[in-house]
Design a binder for this molecule. Structure first.
Ligand code: TXA
Ligand code: MG
Length: 350
């Protein structure tokens, strides 16, 4: 398949949105930026088209997709029930990085939901995503635009690397600014529950609707538990190199990582360390990547997937990372980092 790449430039924006929308209306796959990560979009209402998304990503079809709509007024077309809590949440966070799960109605194909009776919906805020969705007039199914298992793409370059030849069009609209996928909130149970942490934090949601739950699997990541969000059971976000994450007193963590780097070098492995701006100079590895400042959790979140992909590009075989502060979006950063490591968090004692 020949993939068309469109670079959004100011003078031709309108034409590009028309072209992207036309591809979607013709049943094509179009990758575009959102404020969280890039997505692969397709018409959510046609099963044969949705099938192509799973094929392009190499994704198991029991892992459901998020339906992206142009504005909150369209929600009622696709769900059979809108719980009271949903209204203040839509007012507060749509358009934006909150996906909400509702009971689906019959126009949503089972292929979208992996056979579940519920459907995940969000209104993205990125102007390019919004324009494309609005111009097409369609509900757009859009998983992250990576090959299944790889870190989600935050730049058009990442998408081109993964999906050239696999999708009809890639729209380059610059970097995705949040850098981690949306928060997934299930509204179909007794109490709203976060199934995947993201830029809209638990505290932000609770400030609007009061106490909510968090899927225990998201925190404990015990293999025997079955997560409510099917996507959370797969190894995700993983670089090719072997990644280990360490937590504990920072002096001890740095010392321990430097020791392991030394051992890995002796074993002739290419080594890499993911470090904060403040600590990067304390490490000694073949490649050291600064993820951001300790004082800026949103910067660390925005750079995580890029840094993991950089490690692949550099051919790093043994990757070591410290843990990052788990306030605000830091919860989501650590959730993705740990999943990328296959849940290999190692506590360094005092
Ligand atoms: O930020 C995002 O959400 C990005 C951008 C492109 O919008 N999209 C994204 O999609 O991350 P994807 O397909 O990579 O992740 C969707 C997640 C998966 O973990 C999936 O299991 C969960 O949402 N999900 C979707 N529908 C669900 C449902 N009905 N019940 C439970 N979890 C659901
Ligand atoms: Mg994904």
């Amino acid at each position: 398949m020949n993939t068309i790449v469109l670079h959004i430039k100011d003078d031709q924006q309108h034409k590009y949105y028309q072209e992207a929308a036309k591809k979607l209306l013709d049943g094509g796959l179009v990758a575009f930026p959102t404020e969280t990560v890039y997505g692969i979009g397709a018409n959510a209402l046609v099963p044969e088209v949705v099938k192509k998304i799973y094929a392009a990503k190499g994704r198991p079809s029991d892992n459901p997709l998020i339906v992206h709509i142009g504005n909150a007024n369209e929600l009622e077309k696709y769900v059979s029930e809108i719980p009271e809590h949903a209204y203040p949440l839509m007012d507060a966070f749509w358009p934006g990085a909150l996906t909400m799960i509702f009971k689906k109605n019959d126009c949503i194909p089972d292929l979208i939901t992996g056979g579940l009776k519920t459907v995940a919906i969000r209104v993205p805020s990125h102007p390019v995503a919004r324009k494309i969705i609005e111009t097409s007039g369609l509900p757009i199914a859009a998983p992250s635009a990576n090959i299944s298992g790889k870190p989600s793409p935050t730049t058009a370059k990442h998408v081109i690397e993964d999906l050239s030849g696999r999708v009809d069009m890639i729209v380059d609209g610059g970097d995705a600014n949040i850098g981690l996928e949306s928060t997934v909130l299930d509204l179909t149970g007794e109490r709203p529950m976060i199934l995947r942490p993201g830029g809209v934090t638990k505290a932000m949601i609770e400030a609007v609707i009061g106490p909510i739950d968090v899927d225990a699997h998201m925190l404990s990541l015990e293999k025997k538990e079955v997560p409510k969000s099917p996507g959370m059971k797969y190894r995700h976000y993983a670089p090719k190199g072997h990644l280990k994450v360490f937590s504990g007193h920072s002096d001890h963590v740095i010392q321990h990582i430097n020791k392991l780097v030394q051992e890995a070098k002796e074993a002739k492995l290419i080594t890499g360390v993911i470090a904060t701006q403040e600590e990067a100079h304390l490490y000694d590895a073949d490649h050291i990547r600064v993820i951001g400042s300790m004082k800026k959790p949103e910067e660390i979140a925005a750079n995580l997937f890029k840094v993991l992909r950089d490690m692949d590009d550099l051919g790093v075989e043994a990757i070591f990372s410290t843990s990052f502060d788990e306030t605000d979006i830091g919860v989501a950063t650590m959730n993705r980092l740990l999943k990328a490591s296959g849940n290999q968090k190692i506590e360094i004692g005092d």
